[in-house]
Design a protein around this ligand. Structure first.
Ligand code: ADP
Ligand code: ZN
Length: 715
């Protein structure tokens, strides 16, 4: 009897529904069809070949490029009771023999291999076996066009000749057409079914910030990340080292990583990161391939990436477990110029023209006043809504400011400078800069320095908006100069007014309540994390292999009280329930005995998406606001709402930051006065020194509320 895919999904993985096209893909493979699956990272590709392998007699052969990836997948499967094995060069002869023996005895359902092991002898070895399917992970490695071409992958074109009747399923997160065509032709697939998913990563919040004061902005951001894992990318090896030291000095567990480290050291750093022993990797782009860690909560770019493809790929390493994650990029025009120089060194002019174009597209993404997600998806030829609700553009409010006069000044400066100069020169001219760069005869022009009252940054905003709104154009590859457009005349002659937009400063990343997330007990989550780490160490695997953060989050949300309820938590299949259920249950119940059960939603057979909506955080925030207005304190609100007080405090911080709740309702006015005075000599963003200074009269809670109100930080 063939096992049903849905039953396997429940019993083995502990999941209750297939995601978008998973079911279709699985059934195509079960029907013997070849398939090509294009799905973004974190989309859930693995299940699409693992479940058919479990349904069919025989075993599946899975090709995967990296030993580390292979090991994690096999470890994870084995923890769920699936008979998976790999063969690779890290094993001893006798270990390999053991795998072969198990294969012969029919004890293996999935065999993972690197393509470099494939030769004629390998085909002979496979021939007598019943192979249920060939799965090719990271299939773009077969294409020259892919960013990660691996010559070994070419041999996989032989599969069809050797096993014409066994289905081949190829998987990749690289979507471009050329790569796709290469996969189809190089694998000799027979009338394959092609599945293309959306490349949207809805759980990644895209944020682009001005690079000015990036280090202190980074510290603010990290403070809101409480002990989560993340990757910080820098352009140079040296800056990765410097930044890692700076972060350690601020108490973060950070280490650097770049291609200059020897193999052993690199492996060590990766391993410590996978095992949650260091939380932050500060790296060049050498770090990434083979990072399977699903609980990377943030990716920061301190410097501009090369193009949108790299940006998408690098940020894509966040949030593979589907939980809310952040991609933060610090943008500066100086970085664009720097990267341009790199590109121009390239001695292939055709190639460098393409790279310049790509860099320009990235710079547009950073500068245009549109939804970042929409920009990215459109760039990859995918349609998107105008508003995603989860990027800095969509989450911020913008104020409109009229600046017709300034626009006229800028445009006439461009005219006066005969359309021969770039942005910084034009701005220096407007501001009457003393810089040596300014040509003496330009100083003689009467409008030199007409805009001295405005800062360089303000002028930059104006010029940038003029470009975005097509009143100015940037022209020329190497040293782009500003030129007028057809529309410029409308402003110059006063036929049109000019407006530009200013982001209302608001720190978004620290807001805990994010769309689509149910509130959970943070302290319980931390305790579960510790337990998971202990169990993972015993097993010798990374924690995310034991359970995903999503599973721990669900435990901390629903707080199951017995093993039966536990089975409803996403990620608890039968085997894991038996093996780990008791441990996690004890942790949860000992917590709830102490603190009471604060689950906002009764535990029921999996929460469906519509049920999630009914308890959306915005509703819960609004409800808290109503009770604040009614004059209740946080303890009373917590009791009234059946929430943990810590959750209510977060809601309150949010409303304080929005200036929608009175501070003196929650902090004694004398205490407010004390904090205010202390802030004359101390930085409110650094709570610990401030607390040490103020002593016992003032609590962290007071400080956080004060900070929320004064700085708009709701963390
Ligand atoms: P990919 O290989 O596409 O990057 P994975 O196969 O690693 O993605 O899946 C990403 C995460 O989503 C994993 O933690 C996986 O267990 C989980 N997942 C996959 N399918 C489902 C599903 N139907 N329901 C819940 N979680 C799923
Ligand atoms: Zn958006």
């Amino acid at each position: 009897m063939e096992l049903s895919p849905l039953k396997i999904l429940k019993d083995v993985y502990g999941y209750y529904r297939f995601r978008d096209r998973q079911e279709e893909i699985i059934s195509a493979i079960l029907n013997g069809r070849d398939a090509v699956v294009l799905m973004p990272t974190g989309g859930g590709k693995s299940i699409c070949f693992q479940i058919p392998a479990l349904c069919k007699p025989g075993f599946a052969v899975v090709f995967s490029p990296l030993i580390a990836l292979m090991k994690d997948q096999v470890d994870a499967l084995r923890l769920s009771g699936v008979q998976a094995r790999y063969l690779n060069s890290t094993q001893t002869q006798s270990e390999q023999m053991e795998v072969v023996r198990e294969l012969n005895e029919g004890k293996i359902k999935l065999l993972y291999l690197a393509p470099e092991r494939v030769n004629d002898r390998f085909w002979d070895f496979l021939a007598p076996h019943k192979v249920s399917l060939f799965a090719i992970d990271e299939a773009h490695c077969i294409s020259h066009w892919g960013h990660d071409f691996r010559p070994d992958y070419r041999i996989l074109g032989e599969i069809k000749n050797q096993f014409p009747h066994v289905p081949i399923a190829a998987f990749t997160a690289t979507a471009d057409k050329k790569t796709r065509e290469d996969i189809l032709s190089n694998l000799n697939l027979h009338q394959p079914k092609i599945f293309v998913s959306s490349f949207n990563r809805p759980n990644i919040r895209y944020i682009i910030e001005d690079k000015k004061n990036s280090f202190s902005k980074l510290l603010d951001f990290l403070e809101g990340q409480t002990d989560e894992s993340g990757i910080i990318y820098c352009l140079s090896r040296k800056s990765t080292e410097g930044l890692a030291v700076d972060l350690r000095n601020h108490g973060f567990k950070a280490m650097h990583y770049h291609a200059g480290l020897n193999q052993e050291k690199r492996g060590q750093v990766q391993d410590l990161f996978a095992k949650d022993e260091i939380k932050i990797i500060v790296a060049t782009i050498a770090f990434g391939m083979g990072i399977n860690k699903s609980n990377v909560r943030f990716v920061v770019h301190m410097d501009l990436p090369k193009n949108i493809e790299s940006y998408y790929q690098e940020t894509g390493r966040a949030g593979r477990d589907g939980l809310e994650s952040t991609a933060l990029l610090f943008y500066s025009y100086a970085d664009v110029i720097k990267l341009k120089r790199f590109v121009e060194i390239d001695d292939n002019p055709e190639q460098s023209e393409i790279m310049l174009q790509k860099l320009d597209d990235l710079s547009k993404m950073c500068n245009f006043r549109v939804c970042r997600r929409k920009f990215i998806l459109n760039y990859f030829d995918e349609k998107a809504n105008d508003y995603c609700g989860n990027c800095d553009f969509c989450l911020n409010e913008f104020t409109e400011q009229e600046a017709t006069i300034q626009a006229q000044m800028a445009l006439s400066a461009v005219v006066r400078l005969r359309e021969r100069f770039g942005i910084s020169y034009v701005i220096d001219f407007l501001r009457g800069s003393a810089s040596q760069k300014i040509k003496p005869f330009h100083r003689e022009i009467p409008t030199f320095g007409v805009g001295e009252k405005w800062s360089q940054n303000q002028w930059y905003q104006v010029v940038k908006s003029l470009i975005q709104q097509n009143y100015l154009a940037r022209d020329g590859g190497k040293y782009p100069v500003l030129k007028l457009t057809e529309k410029s005349g409308d402003i110059l002659r006063g036929r049109e007014k000019f407006y530009f937009y200013i982001k209302k400063e608001k720190v978004l990343t620290a807001v805990e309540d994010k769309p689509g997330e149910l509130p959970f007990e943070k302290d319980l989550f931390e305790r579960l994390r510790v337990l998971r780490k202990k169990l993972a160490d015993e097993e010798g695997v990374p924690p995310f292999v034991v359970f995903s953060d999503k599973t721990l989050r669900d435990l901390a949300t629903f707080q199951p009280q017995n093993l039966e309820e536990m089975l409803n938590i996403s990620g608890f299949g039968q085997v894991k329930l038996q093996k780990y259920g008791r441990h996690f249950l004890d942790e949860v119940t000992s917590y709830t005995e102490l603190h009471g059960k604060s689950s906002p939603t009764p535990l029921r057979k999996k929460v469906t998406s519509s049920q999630r909506k009914s308890t959306s955080p915005s509703d819960t925030l609004l409800e808290t606001k109503r009770l604040i207005k009614a004059g209740l304190n946080t303890e009373e609100i917590a009791a009234e709402r059946g929430l943990a007080e810590s959750t209510v405090e977060k809601h309150l911080a949010y409303w304080l930051a929005q200036k929608e709740a009175p501070l003196d309702q929650f902090v004694n006015p004398e205490v407010i006065e004390l904090i205010k005075n202390a802030c004359q000599t101390h930085d409110i963003l650094k709570l610990k020194p401030l607390k040490d200074y103020l002593g016992a009269k003032v609590s962290y809670r007071d400080l956080k509320f004060y900070r929320a109100r004064s700085k708009g930080i709701a963390g």
